[in-house]
Design a protein around this ligand. Structure first.
Ligand SMILES: Cc1cc2nc3c(=O)[nH]c(=O)nc-3n(C[C@H](O)[C@H](O)[C@H](O)COP(=O)(O)OP(=O)(O)OC[C@H]3O[C@@H](n4cnc5c(N)ncnc54)[C@H](O)[C@@H]3O)c2cc1C
Ligand code: FES
Length: 292
């Protein structure tokens, strides 16, 4: 298929078909044939899936980072996601089988920004948060950046992609909190060694607490940061304001910013991590006293 700039811009809504749905550790790896989305995807974007089928009362779509895409081939373009079956929607997704239809909107959100120069990059993923880092690693390597992956989780079964990382990155460090594999500890334990090896850019995706800790450490080492946040979402397309978080603009003014359209990727130093879940005093448009 020939794609042009005009045909590969903006999200699409498609009725995708399940190609496969496999268990990987504690997660599910779902591959969807979703024409047109693969060609539009850049690392860091996400898709929003309608869950529960045609007669479902679940009105809100569920958001998932895009793990991998393959442009149209024998089966049409495919989009892959990795998910944890934690609630009603994702448990329904875990029961999906080959050929089942799924309504998908994507790609959504702002992707990771890429460095112009070939610099050292650390890609830090927590749990399934490592999924969107593989496409990113590929793009960074095309730009001659050195790519160091740090994958962490509470335990081995909640890691994702540790084997694949060996092919995708120049170096891989695995951490688990219980020491079941890799270094016993958390991802931030592995970062100082990478700063000593010249890493200047840190990308991260995972739980909010991890993103905050990674960003703080990176800033202490003078590194540039890009974080993909996972704020609860409802519409996924910028109309409901469910997904807002306080972000400092270039003019030094804090605004409540929609993570579904202005994110999910943000420069880590711009996010007011300690104030997430609040409208901090002084935020543009907030009442003078601020409030929760
Ligand atoms: C940009 C973005 C990317 C995401 N990428 C992924 C991904 O790659 N893989 C993946 O598994 N999930 C991802 N998520 C989270 C995913 O959207 C939720 O897990 C999903 O919506 C849960 O739907 P559910 O119907 O199963 O759970 P619900 O019935 O909606 O909730 C069930 C339980 O899970 C909790 N829960 C729901 N959403 C979250 C959340 N975001 N974080 C923590 N707890 C939550 C609820 O509080 C509740 O206790 C992402 C979210 C965002 C915003
Ligand atoms: S989820 Fe509705 S504005 Fe972001």
């Amino acid at each position: 298929m020939t794609s042009t700039a005009a045909t590969t811009r903006g999200p699409l809504q498609v009725t995708a078909k399940v190609f496969s749905n496999k268990r990987v550790g504690d997660y599910w790896h779902l591959t969807l044939v979703a024409d047109g989305i693969a060609e539009r995807t850049r690392p860091g974007s996400f898709v929003a899936l309608a869950v529960g089928g045609d007669t479902s009362g679940a009105l809100l779509r569920r958001a998932f980072s895009i793990y991998r895409v393959r442009p149209a081939g024998v089966y049409g373009g495919t989009v892959e996601i990795v998910f944890s079956a934690r609630g009603r929607g994702t448990q329904w997704m875990a029961r999906l089988a080959a050929h089942d239809p799924v309504d998908v909107v994507g790609p959504l959100g702002r992707p990771f920004a890429l460095p112009k120069e070939p610099v050292g990059c650390a890609l830090v993923g927590g749990g399934y948060g490592s999924a969107p880092l593989f496409g990113l690693a590929e793009r960074l390597r095309e730009r001659k950046c050195s790519v160091h992956m740090v994958l962490g989780a509470a335990t081995e079964s909640r890691l994702f992609g540790a084997l694949e990382a060996k092919r995708a990155a120049h170096s891989v460090t695995v951490t688990t909190e219980d020491g079941s594999v890799g270094i016993k500890g958390v991802v931030t334990d592995a970062l100082p060694a990478l700063f000593n090896r010249g890493v200047e850019v840190v990308y991260s995706c995972g739980p909010m607490g991890m993103l905050k800790a990674v960003t703080q450490l990176a800033l202490e080492h003078g590194a540039w940061t890009q974080t993909a946040v996972e704020e609860d979402m409802a519409c996924g397309i910028g109309v409901c304001m469910t997904c807002v978080l306080p972000v400092v603009g270039d003019d030094n003014v804090t605004r409540m910013v929609r993570s579904c359209v202005e994110g999910p990727v943000f420069a880590g130093d711009k996010v007011r991590w300690d104030d997430i879940g609040t409208v901090p005093p002084g935020t543009f448009g907030a009442p003078r006293s601020g409030g929760r």
